[in-house]
Design a binder for this molecule. Structure first.
Ligand SMILES: *Cc1c(COP(=O)(O)O)cnc(C)c1O
Length: 368
């Protein structure tokens, strides 16, 4: 606490990111980074930007045209349907600011003023953005098996945001399941955001439905599927009016959120799908193999279409399992909250990483 903080800074509960350990010997399965390196084409694109330093002397293109053209090309949309950002967290923050109504707004009490909806177990940044912007929100319970019942969202709302696959459960829904919800919200002039951070690991993208749903925004990150968590590249795809709304908020904040290196590296990455399909297939294969091995050991594993598994072992608390794994040099993520306290989220690493993880699990179980 400080007397210098205003009520916003004092009242917020910031997001707590997963640990980036200094200890290099830990096997890091806690923040869903891709275990494989980015495409060599990304590295050469960045090196080219660096040579001579001219691109660093100048401001980057505020419209990010080359990057947006690359995304548009890769996803079969127009550059005007692409919003670029410094990681998808930033894109999400702007989307909350652009499309969801704040309670400080004069609309309070009017029929247009409703809480936004998202699952009770989901990406823990959503309530933080809502709090930051003063947006009222309501969480909708997942079913007992951690699946999303989209029928529960068919109620008056200020907007809806759902990740597909959901995080940290990994469960995915078919893209077509969201269309009725999109139509319902469109009738009330409200936006549906689908966070596609993990879609590349086996789920279906909503992007082909953008053309039919002007209120549908998909949000994408290059941190996980493109091995670029350190570069900070994200983007949204949606109707031109949604993209324009995002630019209005961005340009009231910082017109250069993507730097010259991120623009060049990001563009090279989206245009190199074969490389990424290859490494992400390896991640998917390791996920399936790990899930099967864990089930053999008596773990319960939520079916995952993401690059992580959400697991629990009856008889061992999540906290105890987290600590035992850490003692064996393996770092995973534990969300110590109601309903998830006995679960761990395990990012999928290389085959060697997963072998070490499974061996550690076996040793812990035999001992307990
Ligand atoms: C990792 C993650 C993000 C943020 O990704 P960045 O692009 O690294 O900011 C957004 N949404 C979900 C669901 C994520 O898991």
């Amino acid at each position: 606490m400080s007397v210098f903080w205003n009520s916003r800074a004092a009242g917020i509960s910031p997001y707590v990111p997963g640990e980036q350990p200094r200890d290099r010997k830990l096997i890091k399965l806690n923040t869903n980074e891709n275990p494989y390196p980015p495409s060599p084409k990304v590295i050469s694109a960045i090196e080219e930007i660096l040579s001579g330093g001219e691109s660093l002397r100048l401001y980057p293109d505020p419209l990010c045209l080359k990057f947006r053209e690359a995304v548009a090309d890769a996803y079969g949309v127009k550059p005007s349907q692409v919003f670029p950002g410094n990681g998808s967290d930033e894109v999400l923050a702007f989307a909350f600011g652009a499309f969801f109504e704040s309670s400080s707004n004069s609309l309070i009490g009017s029929a247009d003023y409703q809480a936004i909806l998202f699952p009770d177990i989901t990406y823990s940044f959503y309530p933080v953005y809502a709090q930051l912007w003063g947006i009222p929100f309501r969480t909708i319970l997942l079913r007992e098996d951690f699946s999303i019942n989209l029928g529960d969202y068919a109620i008056p709302a200020g907007g809806v945001i759902i990740p597909n696959p959901n995080a940290p459960t990994g469960r995915a829904l078919p893209a077509s399941d969201f269309l009725q919800l999109a139509r319902n919200l469109e009738r009330d002039n409200k936006v549906l955001i689908v966070d596609e951070a993990y879609t590349a690991f086996g789920a279906e993208s909503m992007v082909p439905h953008i053309a039919d749903h002007p209120n549908l925004l998909t949000v994408h990150t290059m941190s996980k599927s493109a091995s670029l968590a350190g570069l900070r590249v994200g983007f949204a795809i949606g109707s031109e009016k949604l993209i324009e709304g995002l630019f209005r908020v961005r340009d009231s904040f910082n017109s250069y959120t993507m730097d010259a290196l991120a623009l060049a590296g990001g563009a090279a990455a989206v245009l190199n799908r074969p490389y990424y399909d290859r490494i992400n297939q390896k991640v998917i294969a390791a996920r399936e193999r790990t899930a099967a091995a864990l089930e053999t050991m008596g773990f319960e594993v939520i079916p995952s279409k993401a690059n992580f598994l959400f697991i629990t072992k009856p008889g061992i608390s999540g906290a105890a399992l987290f600590q035992s794994l850490r003692d064996k040099g393996i770092l995973v993520r534990h969300f110590n909250k109601h309903r998830t306290a006995d679960y761990l989220r395990v990012s999928i690493g290389t085959d060697d990483d997963m072998d070490a993880f499974l061996a550690a699990c076996k040793a812990i179980i035999c001992r307990s």
